[in-house]
Design a binder for this molecule. Structure first.
Ligand SMILES: [Fe+2]
Length: 167
């Protein structure tokens, strides 16, 4: 049997810092406006592999976005429910969702909606498309960081507030 591996504490100091935070923040300013009635709360903005963890919060009904992503997306519903027009299932509170790469789908929140909150781990990018599937925009970890910086500066937290979520 091999001897246990000895870890040099100096090498551990060179590692990235962990992130430990209350997922649903107590300070409302941490929520970054995405669209009217839609916010996101960054949890981990990954500039190494390209992707992010965030909470998506929605307080309105209707179509939120039609999009495609080139890599996998994972979701966990904390509150409320949502669905994709292209599928017959509903993501319910407490539910887990895996979205395969490549699929185009349209996120909808139905009436009555008080509040929907889902944690999404998006890898790669969100590619927004129109009804015909033509690309009309995108988001990646770098556009997310820029949105956060602009919002946190505006609400008085300072642009660098986002840095605690960036790795
Ligand atoms: Fe999606």
């Amino acid at each position: 049997m091999n001897a246990p591996l000895k870890i040099n504490p100096l090498s551990a100091m060179d590692m990235q810092h962990e992130i430990v935070t209350l997922a649903v923040p107590q300070d409302e300013r941490v929520w970054v406006p995405q669209a009217p009635g839609v916010w996101f709360r960054p949890l981990m903005l990954n500039t190494v592999s390209g992707g992010w963890f965030n909470l998506l919060r929605v307080r309105k009904s209707g179509v939120l976005s039609r999009h495609r992503h080139p890599m996998a997306v994972y979701g966990y519903v904390l509150k409320g429910r949502w669905r994709y027009l292209e599928h017959d299932w509903i993501a319910e509170e407490g539910g887990f969702v895996y979205e395969p790469p490549g699929e185009v789908h349209t996120l909808v929140v139905d009436e009555p909606v008080e509040e929907m909150i889902t944690m999404f781990n998006v890898n790669g990018a969100m590619i927004y498309v129109d009804e015909k599937g033509a690309t009309i925009g995108y988001e990646d970890v770098f556009t997310k960081i820029e949105m956060c910086r602009a919002h946190y500066e505006k609400v008085g937290l300072g642009a660098d507030f986002v840095k605690q979520f960036v790795r």
